[in-house]
Design a protein around this ligand. Structure first.
Ligand code: AMP
Ligand code: ZN
Length: 439
């Protein structure tokens, strides 16, 4: 690495914890005040004995606020969470519908400016400056990753190319013509960039690429390393969700060891998703977030369904904002296969750690008689793909055994040629659960 750490807002990013918590309390009161102006919280908070911002006296009072869920947001669609006059709203975004129907979030001008500040802080913290050329290779539109990173990149002063997702031939033209140094994309897409480059005849030397921001979906440390090696770049994990504005909620710094949650903008808690009890000792559980920086759609104690936990030791970069562990799964993407719990990320970890395995895979679950049947379809690196069935069968068996040892389920394994499994432009869809719904 060898780079020195740089801070966008040093006094806030390295603020002593006690001061940071005092700032959080002040902002929490403000957020509760904003929330009480929305139809939803105007009803919900008084039932919990919170009638005004002054009822929040310490940060511990946060726990008196009931959780807000995705169902609450859906149930209050379209304006139940709106806390400002409609004519003061200047933008709306929607969740990309990782699961179920989308929910909408509204911003006033001040909200947009606060949000881009957190994204700028995140981008700058990875070592980018105004000298960088940033190609935002992610979907623009209702999804927050496009406009969110766009505004943050401009605030840093980078040259921002709003290339959007797709049209890979044109993406490489842009990279060559404008000397792109940084890109933002999903990790599943970045895994494909090198093979697309080869197919398009683009040499790595013709590009000035040095960094990528990868997020919007879970990926493992091995996947990060794979992308870094394939493209010879630095990859930074970017976490966000539309309910908390979008990108810029938590981001890796140059130490690349956990994602700093910007605690002057968001309060993070970890809970046991079954009992809803707080987990305060650094354990893993469901991440609950309170947004302190959006007036038009205040959201308090939102159950993200993302599984993570806080590191307890301080980061070598000097920032005092706590770091979240890489988010590997959501409570709602767990599969139950013949009674055994399985997160898709467990399969990814095995696939990405095997050098023979390619950069794409698919998980299929079917019903066979009374039993569930798990099939893992994985691409194979070109050098291992032959017409000779013997080595292929041996490799298949090796992958099957490695998977079984790790997930305790015996999967069927199918090998596929590199580049043959479907690639999505947005978030990867890697699980096909074909079991009848009500069985
Ligand atoms: P959306 O609101 O449509 O942007 O989706 C947000 C969801 O995407 C989060 O709640 C996470 O489940 C997932 N997500 C976003 N960034 C990451 C990341 N860096 N790692 C893992 N999951 C992520
Ligand atoms: Zn750090």
């Amino acid at each position: 690495m060898g780079e020195t750490f740089q801070y966008w807002r040093r006094e806030i990013e390295t603020m002593p914890r006690a001061e940071l918590l005092a700032l959080q309390l002040e902002k929490l009161k403000m957020a509760v005040g904003w929330a009480l102006r929305t139809p939803f919280y105007a009803e919900r908070l008084p039932r919990a004995g919170i009638n005004s911002a002054d009822d929040i006296k310490t940060l511990a009072d946060l726990r008196r606020i009931p959780f807000t869920t995705k169902q609450d947001l859906r149930g209050a669609f379209p304006y139940g969470f709106l806390g400002v006059p409609r004519e003061d709203v200047v933008r709306l975004h929607a969740s990309s519908g990782t699961t179920g129907t989308p929910t909408t979030i509204y911003f006033n001008r001040a909200d947009l400016s606060r949000w881009s500040g957190y994204v700028a802080r995140s981008i700058y913290g990875t070592g980018c400056t105004k000298n960088d050329v940033f190609q935002n290779m992610i979907t623009y539109g209702l999804f927050t990753g496009g406009l969110g990173f766009h505004a943050g990149g401009e605030e840093v002063g980078m040259l921002v190319i709003p290339s959007g997702a797709g049209n890979t031939a044109r993406q490489f033209r842009f990279m060559q013509d404008f000397g792109t140094t940084v890109v933002h994309a999903t990790p599943s897409f970045l895994l494909h960039v090198e093979s697309i480059m080869r197919a398009e005849g683009v040499s790595r030397e013709s590009l000035r690429l040095r960094k990528a921001f990868a997020g919007a979906e879970p990926y493992s440390e091995d996947t990060r390393r794979r992308i870094e090696k394939l493209l010879n770049i630095d990859v930074y994990n970017s976490y966000g969700l539309s309910e908390m504005n979008g990108p810029g909620v938590a981001f890796e710094c140059q130490a690349k060891d956990g994602l700093h949650l910007w605690e002057d903008g968001y309060i993070g808690e970890i809970i046991n998703p079954d009992t809803l009890d707080p987990l305060d000792g650094g354990e893993s559980g469901e991440l609950v977030l309170t947004c302190l920086c959006r007036e038009a759609t205040p959201i308090l104690r939102y159950r993200t369904r993302d599984l993570s936990g806080f590191y307890t030791e301080p980061c070598s970069c000097g920032r005092t904002h706590r770091r979240l562990r890489r988010i590997t799964a959501r409570t709602d993407d767990m599969l139950i296969i013949n009674g055994v719990n399985l997160f898709p990320s467990q399969i990814e970890e095995v696939i990405m750690s095997m050098r023979e395995a390619g950069n794409n895979y698919l998980i299929v679950v079917e019903k066979e008689g009374m039993l569930d049947r798990l099939t893992v379809k994985t691409e194979i690196q070109a050098e291992f793909f032959t017409d000779d069935t013997r080595p292929l069968n041996a490799l298949k068996e090796k992958i099957r055994k490695t998977l079984q040892a790790s997930i305790t389920i015996n999967p069927r394994v199918e090998l596929h040629e590199s580049g043959s499994l479907p690639v999505s432009e947005g978030k990867a869809r890697r699980v096909q659960d074909l079991r009848p719904k009500d069985v």
